[in-house]
Ligand binder design. Sequence first.
Ligand code: MTE
Ligand code: HPA
Ligand code: MOS
Length: 769
Amino acid sequence: MKNIDSRTHVRGESIYLDDIPEVRGTLFGAAFGSPVAHGIIRHLDLTAAEAMPGVVRILTYKDVTGENQIGGIVPDEPLLAEHHVHYCGMPIAFILAETDDAARAAIKKITVNIDPLPVITDPRDAQALGHLIVRPRTFRLGDTATAWEQCAYIFDGVADTKGQEHLYIETQGAYAIPQENDGIKLYSSTQGPTAVQRAVARSSGLPMHQIDVDVTRLGGGFGGKEDQANMWAALCALAAHVLKKPVKYALNRMEDMAMTGKRHPYSSDFKIGLDENLKIIAYEATFYQNAGAAADLSPAVMERTLFHCTNTYFVPNVTATAYCCRTNLPPNTAFRGFGGPQGMFVIEAAIAKAAEALGVDAAVIQAENLNKTGDEFPYGQKAESEAHACWDKAVTLYEIDTIRSKTASFNTVNLVYKKGIALMPVCFGISFTNTRMNQARALVHVYTDGSVGVSTGAVEMGQGVNTKMVQVAAQVLSIQTERIKLLSTSTYRIANTSPSAASATADLNGRAVQIACTDIVNRLRAVAADELQVDIDGISLKDEWVYVGDQQTDWDWKRLVMAAFAKRVSLSEHAHYATPEIHYDAAKEKGHPFAYHVYGTAIVEVTVDCLRGTYELDAVKVVHDFGASMNPLIDRGQIEGGIVQGVGWMTMEEVVFDKAGRLRSNALSTYKVPDIYSVPKEIAIDFLQTQQDNLAIFRSKAVGEPPLMYGIGAYFALRNAILAFNPAAIIPFDAPMTPEKVLLALYDRSVKGDTVPNEQTAITLGVKS
Ligand code: MTE
Ligand code: HPA
Ligand code: MOS
């Protein structure tokens, strides 16, 4: 089934927040953010701004009618700064004006006097000073302390990954319209309508039932709107509540880049021990998570780093500790993979280090250590593994030996171009790591003309979840998809939703739709049994017709619906689903947190221009564990998008903050995302379709986040290409591998006395450094 949005998308008719027709009298908001990263506000001068044409009002923390607090996990984030500012861009005042331009012009007239305090941007510095947002956590399996003795080889090192800008095409924004008796109707570009509702309730002082958050779709979220849509929604709602006027604020790109959090940068230490057969015997890692100035979702992200610290490998002895470090950057937040990619990068770095030192291909170590069904993860859950199935299929299907020999011969004959390859196996746990979030609800109405309206807590953000919800309803009701309309996500129709996140949206909401539709079908079957005077067990609905056994009757869907209505049988159902089996004990750091895992293996091939340091991705070839994909077209799109986003994180996307905590990569001129020219020239995706029972909707495994981690392979493929040119290069594990870093590594001569083996090439070409 095609994505139900494809028609309006290509015609430019899909409605996003900024397309909603504005109600007369709408005011436009703009936030004034702190110009410095850390300090105490001495004086805030609003007079010049207030005098600007079109300015109606400027709100500060003093105007907050409820609690000046929007922190979800930890209450450490004011809606508007009071005295202390913790990061550049932290909202201090909210201007309301008659036009967008007037609001933004007035922003420039605000002056603020801030006594500066020391700025911390490095998580290791924060940890050394004890600036931790939550307690550190440690996952343990076996005993690393004694395991080192059994190791033939031990390597240690440091591995760092930087941030990543979400760069959803639609920026953050909200539109609040006051209703009678203090109610607020709120449109928000959010993955978490309930999170927005809660933040608005708390900061306005209104009860949740006064706030209707309504979301049609997002132009992308990627985790950036799981929690961070709350701020803008709360500001608009507060202003609407105070001024009794509709208030809208859609951030422009630079505001969005400067004020919102990103993927967490991490700095990590690792130590890995292997036996003679290259079995990993022990692994230790310490993760310093750069959380930014407030908790936001950082504690949960940090937890997932620990869950994925051994990626898809079975390691019998593991000690992994993570620190949630408070710095003076904008609060970092969820981003596709949710800390998992950062954890996986470190063990891949450890394996690469061992491989390079031992002179073996990293793939040999990877293959030797893939987990098997029954193997225990450090957190206690036992694997139901497809790791070998994916890996084995990838190496045979894509003929890794041929790729290897072609790469080797290319590198022999080419002086200035070198190819590199890497394999990247992935294992990602599906479920919110916070067990209680794994619940969802759906509301299904069948109307008397046979058309159907479906509401869920799922937010469509391009990942195709609405299409999947239509598929579920159509299949269970056994009617054409054209009869079904997927309604917007509204807190008035579906309450207490979890955000659309953790790749679990289709599973959770789809199961709820399945239950609701099944209940309706059963009631309709009872009606048919009554009308046809047969036993209900013999009745089924197939392709819009009522069947008795194998026999089609002359009762179609519409007739049956009308008959049910005439008999006063309910044609509506509200259903609840909670993932069974999962549990977790955070005191012991053991349990069964995930409904299942998704596996896959990617082969990444790159070519480096060794004169310029530039590179191209030749191919990413994947075998991916879909379970039984319910929509291969959408799922393929998710894999392609995930790969490109992951490759971007690992290669060209470089978030740069200076020591003063100011974002230097604050626009698309200085922050590069993959474009049509830099995406892999070939993306091959093979579906590993399994028949194993799992907790996914229709056994179609979650697909949103796992493919991002294939992109990690690009980093290691580039490393291998560089080493083909300069085997003596000392390349720190410091992603992203930008062309600048590639160039430095190509001509690195830090090993004393060593010459660059390809120096002759460089001399010949006149580029001797
Ligand atoms: N795909 C598109 N097109 N846009 C997005 O914002 N978000 C990703 C992924 N794929 C995203 C996307 C993230 S971070 C998650 S968690 C999942 O989609 C969420 O949707 P799902 O649970 O339906 O997979
Ligand atoms: N993934 C994504 N978002 C979340 C999670 C998670 O595991 N836990 C809380 N929010
Ligand atoms: Mo995705 S990072 O769980 O929104």
